[in-house]
Design a protein around this ligand. Structure first.
Ligand SMILES: [Zn+2]
Length: 265
């Protein structure tokens, strides 16, 4: 029964991806200047959400936001009237100018960390916020501090979006040959099996990307891909959407300043 369901799902997914590839290519080549001209939506990126330990190195702390800071940052966003949006909304806004809610923001979470389920999920629920969870499939349920397939499905069922973050978090710039299958095709298949939904969004491990690799994402029907805060590819802004890391060193004021500064460029 399961295999019948998944094969139906994948033939559906295949036809969807062929259609969306054609659309994405047409849109990207045709409208890149228009997309680049639109006001950017602030997008925040989180990894671990836990209190710092004495063994955490300074460089690692950019990827670990203490629980109290995370809670304060979300509260500031809610109190300031921000509304979380999801990638389908961002895609329609960028490609067609579809209006967004007032003060839009996107919250994204990388690397499958369990804290995202245990700490971020209930905190987001308080404010009616939804987010995007980019999963590296190698870690699913493998080690204690990663999310299980059931938790990923629950996030998806509750209205959050699940995206791909490759199989094992390798550098996208170095992908060649079989890597495309291992790092893109198989993780997509796995995440579609878990969620029962097509996987249309991708985040580059370490935020690293190169223009040469972007056609491989188009070919597979990815509609948007997310990097960190580098300049977008002038020919392919949809596959180089910018995000900033919400630092655990920041006060609510520094977060607010960083959002305005980084996304007004
Ligand atoms: Zn990552």
């Amino acid at each position: 029964m399961i295999s019948k369901f998944t094969s139906a799902l994948f033939s559906l997914g295949l036809s969807l991806s062929i259609t969306s590839t054609a659309i994405a290519q047409a849109t990207t080549t045709g409208n890149a200047p228009a997309i680049l001209a639109r006001k950017q939506v602030p997008i925040l990126c989180y990894h671990q959400i836990r209190d710092w330990k004495p063994t955490d190195k300074k460089v690692d702390k950019d990827y670990i936001i203490p629980i109290a800071a995370f809670k304060a940052h979300l509260k500031m966003l809610a109190d300031s009237g921000y509304h979380t949006i999801l990638p389908d909304q961002l895609y329609d806004y960028l490609t067609k100018g579809t209006p967004l809610p007032s003060k839009p923001i996107m919250l994204t979470f990388d690397d499958t960390d369990l804290d995202q389920f245990v700490v971020a999920r209930p905190e987001m629920k308080k404010y009616g916020f939804k987010g995007v969870f980019f999963i590296m499939t190698v870690s699913i349920g493998k080690v204690k501090h990663y999310m299980s397939a059931a938790q990923i499905k629950q996030l998806s069922d509750e209205g959050n979006v699940i995206g791909s973050h490759t199989w094992n978090h390798s550098n996208f710039k170095k992908f060649q040959g079989k890597d495309w299958e291992t790092q893109l095709d198989k993780p997509t298949k796995k995440l579609e099996e878990i969620t029962g939904k097509p996987i249309k969004y991708f985040a580059f491990p370490f935020g690293l990307w190169n223009s040469q690799g972007l056609p491989e994402l188009h070919k597979r029907g990815f509609k948007l891909a997310f990097q960190l805060a580098d300049k977008r590819d002038p020919n392919d802004p949809l596959l180089t959407v910018r995000r900033i890391l919400d630092s655990g060193y920041w006060t609510v004021k520094s977060l607010s300043n960083a959002m305005h500064q980084s996304f007004s460029k």
